[in-house]
Design a protein around this ligand. Sequence first.
Ligand code: HEC
Length: 436
Amino acid sequence: MRRILALALTSAAICAAQQGAQPGTSGPTFNKDVLPIFQRRCQVCHRPGEIGQMPLMTYEGSRPWAKAIKAAVVAKKMPPWFADPRYGHFRDERILSDLEIRTISAWVDAGAPEGDAKDKPKPLPWPEGWNIRADEIFQMTEPYAVPAEYALAYVYIVIPTGFVRDTWVTAAEIRPGNRAAVHHALAVIRPPGSTWMREAKPFVPYIPPANSTDASAQATPDAKDPRADPSAFDYELLTAYAPGAQAERFDGDHSAKLIPAGSDIVLQMHYTPYGKKVLPDQTRLAMEMAAQPPQKRFMSAVMNNANWTIPPGDPNYEGHGRLTFGEPVELVFLQPHMHFRGKDMTVRLVYPATKDGPGKTETLLSVPHYDFNWQTIYYLKEPLNLPPGTKVDVTAHWDNSANNPANPDPTKTVRWGDQSWDEMLSLPMGVIIDRY
Ligand code: HEC
């Protein structure tokens, strides 16, 4: 009797297994296995209104792209992420696990089955519009007619804040009006008395005359400490937009960004016309106000070095830059910045010497294949406390050879400049410092 029961159970189990093995139900399905991955890893960009052209929200929207999706994830082109995983730990690392890659591949290889509707996860509640509490919104008064045909200089738009007292903001977000045309945008705080961009009239799009030196190019090999006399700062980055970037928060719960009374916001717009009729752009900026003045100040520090000349055709020209923090800081983020010829960048920390010997050196971030199209901001998992005297040491390479498909002209000698066909060696950073 026992045996018979056991046998019956076994055959029931076999039967169930056979059912499971029927085509279309054994391997991964879209609803059960793939959609959850898209929600976690792809929809931040691939949803309506965001930069990834095809929304990966539904089976119908994803199925036609199955082959391209497999190719992109296997080649690790998607999701876009450029930091070498051996160094540093960052927030929201856009990296698929091997299992996730195998799941997507197996799903595509099996003919991209949809699966059972009841396996479908609940849609994620993506915020419509602003990702922060938009207490104040500033915008270009007129849509800017982006020319279709030629590469464009940076366009600056001065927006007076009207703030009559010093104002602390806990978050800021830039939303381009036309995401397809905005390559990147910066919102810069210009305190009263600053001479930067003084030729620009409020709200009137302004293109500085060619060859004028952008103030950011006044770089020194050992750039300024963010704790240097704040009155010496002509301007400070508020926040940046680049494809895939999220709203920026300044409140590690105890810090906020200062916008001095009477400041202007200067938008720096970098448009990339793409050769057909381009819709105009009207970019907006939102700020979330701090309920009270914070304990600490969130500031932008930037390491810029302009003292180099890249020879024509050089496939691996090396550049260096260094910044020394004179006071304790909490380091929050790093954003390696070069242009079309940028090849790689490595950021090391050199701690100050102690009585026991020289300070240790640590690789904080390595971007082995820099891609100008992705101005990725790398937020450290936790802000990193650095003692005074810590040096940020940057090594970068450019490829000015004809083998670099992005190189606009390998026969040119290349120097620091605003335009994509010039170069930069720049490392904007977010730091938290004591208020003074
Ligand atoms: C940070 C934003 C972002 C994320 C996250 C992202 N994509 Fe993309 N994706 C883009 C953009 C923008 C493009 C347009 C092409 C480009 O600029 O590289 C693109 C293009 C693609 C393409 C077109 C083919 C190609 O290789 O150019 C595929 C397929 C794709 N993405 C799949 C995915 C999948 C699958 C995920 C998640 C596993 C994902 N993407 C995550 C932004 C993103």
